[in-house]
Design a protein around this ligand. Sequence first.
Ligand code: C2E
Ligand code: MG
Ligand code: MG
Ligand code: MG
Length: 278
Amino acid sequence: EVKTQGRHGYRFYAPEMSQRSAASQRIENVLRHALAHNELSLQYQPKVDARLGHIVGAEALLRLQVDGQDLFAPDQFIPVAEDTGLIVSIGTWALREACLQGRAWQREGRPIPLSVNVSPLQFQYAGFYERLDGILNETGLDPSLLELELTERTMMTGGDGSIRLLRRIRQRGVRLSLDDFGTGYSSLSYLKHFPVDALKIDRAFVRDVTQDAETAAITGAIIAMARSLNKEVIAEGVETEAQSRFLREAGCSQMQGFLFGAPMPADVFQQRLAGQAA
Ligand code: C2E
Ligand code: MG
Ligand code: MG
Ligand code: MG
């Protein structure tokens, strides 16, 4: 029996592990190839104003596609990228690509806030701030048009050092949001320690909000508390009118989900923006 140390503690080697690592090995190879051959892309999912319904921003989401077909979904390849350290290059690529796109839209007179996901290893990797600062300088994007999405887990690991880094990023003029809120382990009272501008309510809450009275109560309480702390609240994964209505009435300021638009290529997103301005 071989004991290997995974990033999340000790794991025991078992037959199904070798299968998993074969799959993960394959994903790693595909990722390395994609990085070297410029086969990664970003799609943009609209964020809409909860009351007025117009697009107020977008989340940039990584895609690993060949001929428009997904080879692997982010939930499959991001964990492999994290475990192999490839996330540092991939995440940097995504950040630069989103900033270049944001800068292009800014130049065309259609500035639109974009958010980019940052995973734990990427955030903790030495030089994250310098890299971010470099990309902002190099692309010339107005930093107030950039938001970084981090989960509670990412913010909690690293303790005070992470809080200081978050503050520095914010001082650079970049917005911060707490992604997948409610799925982590931190208590609600912990929220006041995170210097974030916005909180994204996880899809798991949104899914059940019109089905389950307890979920509705918890979600309502999260929104009320976030608002009292002057944080913006965004709901993710909104798929139905009923969910949208509940969340709007509970005080969500922005929404994101298939009801308003799935992630789409940059040119399609740009057309939607143009259509809205007309
Ligand atoms: P996330 O940041 O929480 O992103 C939201 C995910 O929910 C996206 O999945 C999006 O396509 C999906 N989604 C949006 N609206 C709906 C809806 O109405 N219903 C349902 N069922 N799903 C919806 P996606 O694009 O597969 O990304 C999954 C995760 O992968 C992201 O979760 C994020 O954690 C990670 N990820 C994606 N791109 C990046 C990236 O550039 N860097 C890093 N570090 N992580 C990324
Ligand atoms: Mg996100
Ligand atoms: Mg999320
Ligand atoms: Mg997620």
